[in-house]
Design a protein around this ligand. Structure first.
Ligand SMILES: NC(=O)c1ccc[n+]([C@@H]2O[C@H](COP(=O)([O-])OP(=O)(O)OC[C@H]3O[C@@H](n4cnc5c(N)ncnc54)[C@H](O)[C@@H]3O)[C@@H](O)[C@H]2O)c1
Ligand SMILES: [Zn+2]
Length: 340
């Protein structure tokens, strides 16, 4: 995590071989030129392009650029670019080296770390993918200068999630307004550096223990079974981070409904989301039954049974199977979705 890292990519990653930079149309024109000596493959920006069709077009462009098995793929962009480029790096010619250069706050604090890659299918999010650990992750803070404020807010949802999972002091500081995006101002570089390091550490410790998600790693999905369903039902008009914000509230609401946490936790999460300029309600035009149905296509529904991440307290989360449907539906309605 630091400034000027893109220009130093080769030294920082000890990579002298060929490389191809995969980026999107927002990020590439501004930053791809900072990475020395590589072909550039540009994809269209946006979650709707996180698809197998985009993957196929990247393969074709890499072949055209002459990248072979001795090459490396650099992901330069937000989580969408990271997930696609990582999937390509894990599968192109049975796998080539991979370097993550996240440029959104969300990708820096979460998506670029941990080795999960993949794309969406029409049926649901992230349904095809591979684990592909990057050789290195370089979070160049200089790139955040052009990140739209709404994308900053979206990234804060994953930071708040991280605090809830494994860093009560971080959560308490966010709840108290340590990062205030409500006035439209960006956090100072020092705040960002600390925030990114703290969030990465929370995820790193869990992933190192369980890299392939056989058990404990699943807690990192807090708020995500709800969130992925909300994204899908919105036709991806709601950003991933915004949907996760709503999902965190739903997870706390459901936990309170099932008696595993205090009802005071949800308003505490609302306060943290408010400082970050994030939504605190599921839009009323979304029906609870529709979201519930979309949750069925999420991978976290193992063997036909719910496996949802619930809370006991800040810093104390666990995976629960067999959550009753009526409790899930009641929670969605309590979070703003229309009853139907
Ligand atoms: N693999 C994982 O472990 C993991 C974890 C969390 C999220 N994700 C995935 O990440 C995706 C969300 O990531 P995201 O929020 O970064 O979305 P994104 O990649 O769509 O980026 C958001 C927007 O910001 C733009 N952008 C990015 N960096 C910029 C910069 N420096 N300057 C200007 N514009 C910039 C992008 O072009 C895009 O329009 C979702 O697909 C989600 O499923 C993956
Ligand atoms: Zn996420």
């Amino acid at each position: 995590v630091g400034e000027g890292l893109l220009a130093k990519l080769r030294a920082a990653t000890c990579w002298e071989g060929p490389l191809a930079v995969v980026t999107d149309a927002h990020v590439g024109p501004a930053y791809a030129g900072r990475i020395p000596g590589g072909a550039v493959v540009t994809i269209a920006a946006g979650e709707e392009h996180k698809s197998l069709a985009t993957v196929a077009s990247v393969y074709a462009q890499l072949l055209q650029a002459g990248l072979d098995r001795s090459g490396a793929i650099v992901a330069l962009g937000g989580g969408v670019v990271g997930d696609i480029a990582g999937f390509v790096a894990g599968t192109y010619m049975r796998g080539v080296e991979f370097i993550q250069c996240p440029t959104s706050l969300l990708a820096m604090v979460d998506a670029s770390v941990g080795g999960k890659t993949g794309v969406d299918l029409p049926q649901g999010k992230n349904l095809v993918g591979v684990f592909k650990q990057p050789r290195a992750v370089l979070a160049d803070l200089d790139t955040l200068g052009s990140l739209p404020l709404a994308e900053f807010s979206a990234g804060m949802a994953e930071v708040i999630k991280g605090g809830l999972i494994g860093d009560p002091a971080l959560f308490e500081s966010l709840e108290a307004g340590a990062v205030d995006l409500t006035a439209g101002e960006r956090p100072p570089a020092e705040t960002l550096r600390g925030l990114i390091k703290a969030a990465v550490d929370i995820k790193r410790l869990i992933v190192e223990e369980d890299p392939l998600e056989h058990g404990r790693r699943a807690v990192l999905n807090l708020g995500h079974t709800f969130g992925h369903a909300i994204e899908l039902v919105s036709g991806f008009r709601i950003r991933h981070g915004e949907a996760v914000a709503m999902g965190l509230l739903a997870a706390a609401g459901l936990s309170a409904e099932l008696g595993t946490c205090s009802p005071t936790l949800r308003p505490r999460i609302e306060r943290a989301l408010a400082w970050a300029g994030l939504p605190r309600r599921i839009p009323a035009e979304m029906r609870a039954s529709e979201i519930y149905q979309a949750m069925g296509s999420d991978k976290k529904r193992a063997a036909g049974k719910w496996r949802l991440v619930l809370l006991r307290d800040v810093g104390d989360v666990f995976v629960q199977s067999d959550v009753p449907a009526d409790a899930v539906l009641a929670t969605l309605v309590a979070c703003g979705a229309a009853a139907s």
